[in-house]
Ligand binder design. Structure first.
Ligand code: CP3
Length: 352
């Protein structure tokens, strides 16, 4: 990056402005998984509602959870409280979040036949989420940007195929090699469902959306082109045609050296970086002026103290000349002390 983008001193929504390419004097900040279990007020409401799915499908409660971190910390962005697995659920898989274990989807979509048996999108399952969006949009303080999201097709497919989280996504990677036609059918189905789902979120009130490709890092280069870049590009192009104002953030976790290709080829407006990406390197290889988001290690935030301060300073310095949204490299850990989040926000806001 050789030239600086113009510095805007005041904008009504600093996060949205940064995502649209206007560098802000103070980096706006939000955190992945900011609505969740590290907050005592979240744990209390979850216990009262009897579980994650009950909470996520209750618009009043889900709106409340979305707003909790805004009230407590004053983040620049609110992310909708929901989950990437709502799309498989709308495609007919049963979804459960058992106590102490990860999510489960059944039956598995792990063969051509099982994929063909998935249902058309059941919009009744997604309706409560859009109602949550409407409630949050009308309650959000001025200046706070509202973010929606969905999982990217590859990441969503890994859960649909294995029926649960898997360490190295072996089931999905194997299906992609053994039967690329079946994999393409599944990915196309998720692309279609995701475009409609995100366009509906925008119609209900979100201003930007993030595409979470949490398992992008498990693919070899040719597979990355086919199952990460191509579907994210298709979603972005179709969304832009339907919703020209909507900002799209791509988060290809673990993309490593494939990050510049992802940034150039998908058409996303901004790219989220995980904590393994060197911010100085990213700044030098990403297109000039392209907004970036990230990338403090969630474990540095959990540790606090110097690890936290040094991490923040290095990231802010590396991205000083481009539009930058401060975030973690992945979701905030459940055992993160509240005081460390306060210290992080203070450090970012008083840095320059
Ligand atoms: O960021 C936010 O605060 C908004 C809500 C949000 C959730 N999940 C709520 C949630 C978002 C954006 C997600 C994304 C998500 N969900 C991803 C992509 C990001 C990532 O972390 O890689 C993935 C892979 C999932 C699937 C998922 N949902 C898993 C693997 C789990 C269990 C493990 C875990 O991290 O908690 C969930 C459950 C889940 N989703 C919880 C929350 C707050 C915890 C549920 C509980 O209260 O027990």
């Amino acid at each position: 990056m050789t030239e600086s983008s113009p510095l805007l001193v005041s904008t009504r929504k600093p996060l949205l402005a940064a995502l649209r390419g206007e560098r802000q004097a103070v980096a706006p900040i939000w955190l992945m998984r900011q609505a969740g279990r590290y907050l005592p007020e979240y744990r209390a409401l979850r216990a009262e509602k009897g579980g994650f799915l009950a909470l996520a499908t209750d618009p009043e409660a889900a709106a409340e959870v979305t707003l909790q971190p805004i009230r407590r910390f004053g983040f620049d962005g609110a992310i909708l409280f929901s989950d990437i697995l709502m799309v498989p659920w709308a495609l007919g898989q049963d979804l459960t979040f058992g106590p102490g274990e990860g999510p489960r989807l059944a039956p598995r979509a792990d063969t051509r036949e099982a994929i063909a048996r998935l249902s058309p999108v059941d919009s009744a399952r997604l309706a409560p989420i859009h109602e949550t969006v409407r409630r949050v949009a009308s309650a959000l303080p001025d200046g706070v940007t509202f973010l929606g999201f969905a999982g990217s097709p590859w990441t969503v497919a890994t859960y649909m195929i294995a029926g649960q989280g898997s360490k190295d996504q072996a089931e999905a990677r194997s299906l992609a090699y053994a039967d690329p036609g079946a994999m393409a059918a599944l990915v196309d189905l998720i692309v279609d469902a995701t475009v409609t789902y995100l366009a509906d979120q925008h119609a209900a009130g979100v201003e930007a959306v993030q595409l979470f490709d949490s398992w992008a890092g498990s693919l070899s280069p040719a597979q990355f082109e086919r199952w990460v870049i191509a579907p994210n590009a298709a979603i972005t192009a179709r969304l832009k045609a339907l919703c020209p104002d909507l900002v799209v953030i791509g988060f290809p976790k673990g993309a490593g050296g494939k990050l510049p290709a992802y940034a150039r080829e998908t058409g996303v407006d901004a790219v989220g970086l995980d904590e393994t990406v060197d911010p100085v390197w990213a700044n030098s290889v990403l297109p000039a002026g392209m907004p970036v988001q990230g990338n403090l290690d969630p474990l540095a935030l959990m540790a606090g103290g110097e690890a936290l301060d040094d991490g923040v300073d290095r990231i802010l310095a590396a991205f000083a000349d481009r539009p930058h949204v401060f975030n973690l490299g992945h979701g905030i850990g459940q055992h993160t002390p509240i005081g460390h989040v306060e210290r992080l926000i203070d450090r970012v806001r008083n840095a320059r």
